[in-house]
Design a protein around this ligand. Structure first.
Ligand code: SF4
Length: 118
C-alpha cells in the first residue's frame, strides 16, 4: 500500500500536469487507480494544505467537482530574466553573506513583477 505522501504527490502531479483546464474528480480517480473513498481522502488533504481548489460542476447530469492546482508549473520563460543570471555580485551572494537573496532589491522586485503577471 502506498504511503499517504506518495499518493498525495502523485495526485498533485496529475492535477498540475493538466494545467488550467483542471480535471474531473472521476477522471483523477481513474488515472490513479483509486476508488472514490481513497481519492476523496487524499484530495481533502491537498485542499486543506491549500494546494488545490475544487469547483462544483454538473457532468452528465450529476454534480461533481473539477480540481485545479493552485500552484502552476514553472516554465523556462518564467525565469529567463532573473537578475541573478547577469549579476556581478552573484559570486559573493549567499544566504549567510553580506550580499544575499533576502536582502536583494533586484531579486525582490523581479519576484513581485512575476507575481503581478500571474
Ligand atoms: S540575489 Fe541579487 S545580489 Fe544575489 S545574485 Fe541575485 S541579483 Fe545578484
Amino acid at each position: 500500500m502506498p504511503r499517504k505522501s506518495d499518493t498525495s504527490h502523485e495526485m498533485l502531479d496529475i492535477i498540475m500536469s493538466v494545467g488550467e483546464d483542471g480535471i474531473l474528480q472521476s477522471e483523477l480517480w481513474k488515472k490513479m487507480n483509486a476508488d472514490s473513498r481513497e481519492g476523496s481522502r487524499t484530495i481533502i488533504r491537498l485542499e486543506k494544505k491549500g494546494l488545490i481548489e475544487r469547483k462544483k460542476e454538473l457532468h452528465e447530469g450529476r454534480w461533481t467537482y473539477r480540481v485545479f492546482a493552485k500552484r502552476k508549473l514553472s516554465t523556462i520563460e518564467s525565469i529567463l530574466n532573473i537578475p541573478c543570471a547577469a549579476c556581478d555580485l552573484e559570486i559573493r551572494c549567499s544566504e549567510a553573506g553580506s550580499v544575499s537573496p533576502d536582502k536583494c532589491h533586484e531579486l525582490t522586485q523581479w519576484i513581485l513583477d512575476l507575481e503581478r503577471k500571474n
